[in-house]
Design a binder for this molecule. Structure first.
Ligand code: LMR
Length: 396
């Protein structure tokens, strides 16, 4: 039965973890996957999470099945975070939100729902985008193409190209957008550019699907989420996938959400009923722990403030590492201007290094980034930065 099954290629991001684990180089550094490590190279367990978990342990709860759409207090906390507790969409009940298995799970629930709703629509992802966007929407049955995004020569966004791609798209095309901290490039749109993108989406009748996996890693929770308000103000209906993997350092809990902004409460109720079918036929209902922790933090003013503080510290440390990387590369003898690293935001730097250079970094120096030249600067620290700078200088 399985004799014709071919070996699939390794995942371009998570596959690197497997290679990294097998590497015996004592100086190895994993800048592949988008994960934040502290200055000691440790994955943090946030204080706000520990306090919430302690309170939960003090009153242990049984683990029954959750509702298909997840914990009600979690879903409402997500709505409040994404749209604003006092916002019109939340007050009027026209947001359908479901708990999902991480941001990826939110994207997949949305993709499967859209495939039923608009089976012939095309999906546009940014060029380049997170590798899994293409795979996920292709596996949901869509034809996936790209819109222009990165301008390698200018080291920034090819905004004219992006607008031209959107203006050329057929009505109903699904456009996957990075709400903040573009993955992999680290280049975001300005607020004025977002206005133009939103105008094009509205004029052309496109369906926006926002992926918000890095809220808080750019400029702050509110600042990074501001684009949502712009879409609301434009009167659009749209999708938002939320992830708490990075912002709560809860990667393994797979805690995320999908929110769909509809025209009315009645529409949202019907959309929710369809999302529940997608969930029920995939994994029945979500797990309890991660959602309960995030809900406990977001719904408690003190823990919520502590979360903002801790997230701010992660953001500040990443920015310091960007500067340290620029300085370290210069000190290691790199002649070219690498200051673009500090204009990029979020967890990644799109280094511009070729696949061959990235392979050399891995094989000769144990420095792991993706083949596309993406490096996770959130995994740099004061102990590994010199090795990384010398390695990059050697392959440049
Ligand atoms: C990444 O881009 O590295 C992260 O989003 C992790 C993942 O699932 O790929």
């Amino acid at each position: 039965m399985f004799s014709a099954v071919e070996m699939a290629p390794r995942d371009p991001i998570l596959g690197l973890n497997e290679q990294f684990a097998a590497d015996t180089n004592p100086h190895k550094v994993n800048l592949g996957v988008g994960v934040y490590y502290d200055d000691n190279g440790k994955l943090p367990l946030l204080q706000c999470v520990q306090l919430a978990e302690k309170a939960m342990m003090d009153k242990p709860a049984a683990r029954g099945y959750l509702p298909i759409d997840g914990i009600a207090a979690y879903d409402s906390a997500v709505k409040n975070l994404v749209f604003g507790a006092e916002s019109e969409p939340v007050k009027s009940g026209r947001v359908a939100t479901v708990q999902a298995l991480g941001g990826t799970g939110g994207l997949k629930i949305g993709a499967d729902f859209l495939k039923k709703l608009t089976p012939h629509a095309k999906v546009l992802i940014s060029d380049p985008s997170w590798e899994n966007h293409r795979a996920l929407f292709s596996n949901a049955g869509f034809a996936v193409e790209t819109y222009a995004y990165y301008d390698a020569a200018k080291r920034g966004v090819n905004f004219e190209g992006m607008l031209a791609s959107l203006n050329a798209a057929a009505p109903g095309t699904i456009v996957v957008l990075h709400a903040c901290c573009h993955n992999p490039t680290g280049y975001d749109l300005t607020p004025a550019q977002w206005d133009q993108v939103i105008a094009a989406i509205r004029a052309k009748g496109l369906t926006a699907f926002l992926d918000m996996a890095y809220q808080g890693f750019g400029h702050g929770i509110a600042e990074d989420g501001a684009v949502i308000q712009k879409f609301v103000a434009a009167g659009l209906t749209f999708f938002v996938a939320t992830s708490f993997s990075k912002s709560f350092s809860l990667y393994g809990e797979r805690v995320g959400a999908l929110s769909v902004l509809c025209d009315s409460k009645d529409e949202a109720d019907r959309v929710l009923s369809q999302l529940k079918i997608v969930i029920r036929t995939n994994y029945s209902n979500p797990p309890t722990h991660g959602g309960a922790v995030v809900a406990a933090v977001l719904n408690n003013p003190e823990l919520r403030a502590l979360w903002e503080k801790e997230l701010g510290e992660m953001r500040t440390r990443i920015k310091a590492m960007r500067q340290a990387l620029v300085d370290g590369l210069k000190a290691a003898g790199v002649q070219q201007d690498m200051s673009f690293i500090t204009t990029q935001i979020g967890m990644f730097s799109y280094s511009g290094l070729s696949k061959e250079q990235m392979v050399r970094l891995r094989s000769e120096f144990g420095v792991y980034g993706t083949d596309t030249g993406r490096m996770c600067v959130a995994a740099l620290n004061s102990k590994n930065i010199d090795h990384v700078c010398k390695a990059i200088a050697a392959v440049l």
